[in-house]
Design a protein around this ligand. Structure first.
Ligand code: GLV
Length: 315
């Protein structure tokens, strides 16, 4: 078995109990040729979302029968190519729901109340006696009584909704196939765009959701809307988002994820004064990352026993 990045020590030990483990020796991801060389004899591969598992790689790894990613998202894996090559694909749903929902709220509150900007204001020595408390200083948005629209009512979307109750927000949601959920009024995407004061994107990136929030979608949103993205950068058309921020229509964009990661430090969207940007840390808590690694090895353990993974990304 090949593992493309160091995992927690206990997790590696548990892996060694069930298979011979070949561990990539660095925290820098392997290039594709390096990965092909490194995983040449592997029947199972544990990878991260920074490893591109494409058709070319699959054809170059003739023994590979199982890919287990330490992530819930599988958009870095060519799922169709895996199906065709008979390669099982495991992912890690369930264990990163709360961490990602918490970060969604951190972004929502951070952007809505200008937390980073206010902190920088003081650090830059701009807080003086004459401006020590001003009626119009660092004004943000209220949440109570406002409408939060959640795009994607999977586990994370539902956890974001649950937290909204504590803030007194009305929650509406859009899911491609409607679900039975008591607390969330389900609406069409157009209605969600038209009615929401804050929009949270919590849908997986697929061919259907790429550029879902494009120029046309943004033109339907309320003036001054705040959009939060903890899903994938590619769901938002970043050029359209920048144009809408520049025109003054969208009020703010708070995102953990970018179409191209790492985002360029000079990227005009990332640097926009009404953008709060993070480096893809939605699931980055100690216990969540351990749980994700364990779930990824559970997938491989089950694969070794009966040829199927516990949490399949191919379903
Ligand atoms: C993180 O983005 C994940 O897909 O697990």
């Amino acid at each position: 078995m090949a593992v493309t990045r160091s995992l927690p020590v206990d997790v590696i030990k548990a892996l060694q109990d069930v298979a011979t483990v070949n561990l990539w020796p660095s925290d820098t991801p392997p290039t594709q040729p390096e990965l092909i060389h490194f995983a040449q004899d592997a029947t199972a591969l544990i990878c991260l979302l920074t490893d591109s598992i494409n058709g070319e790689l699959l054809s170059a790894l003739p023994h590979l029968k199982c890919v287990s990613t330490v992530s819930v998202g599988a958009d870095h894996i060519d799922l169709q190519a895996c199906r065709e090559a008979g390669v099982a694909v495991g992912c890690t749903p369930g264990v990163l729901v709360d961490a990602t929902a918490d970060l969604t709220w951190a972004l929502l509150l951070g952007a809505g109340r200008r937390i980073v900007e206010a902190n920088q204001f003081v650090k830059d020595d701009n807080w003086h006696f004459e401006n020590r408390w001003q009626l119009n200083m660092m004004l943000g948005i209220d949440l109570a009584g406002k409408t939060l629209g959640i795009v994607g009512l999977g586990e994370v979307g539902q956890a974001v909704a649950k937290r909204a109750q504590g803030f007194g927000m009305n929650v509406i949601g859009y899911n491609r196939s409607p679900k039975t959920l008591a607390q969330i009024e389900q609406v069409s995407l157009d209605q969600l765009l038209q009615r929401s004061d804050v929009i949270s994107i919590n849908v997986a990136l697929t061919d259907d959701t790429r550029d879902l929030i494009d120029e046309q979608a943004l033109s339907k949103t309320r003036p001054n809307v705040l959009i939060v993205n903890t899903a994938r950068g590619g769901i938002v058309n970043e050029e359209a988002m920048l144009a809408s921020l520049n025109s003054g229509h969208v009020g703010g964009y708070a995102s953990d994820v970018w179409a191209k990661e790492p985002v360029d430090v000079n990227d005009p969207l990332f640097n926009h004064e009404r953008v709060l940007g993070l480096p893809h840390i939605g699931s980055a808590t100690h216990s969540t990352r351990i749980a994700m690694a364990n779930r990824a090895i559970d997938n491989v353990r089950k694969f070794i026993v009966d040829g199927t993974v516990r949490f399949s990304a191919l379903d």
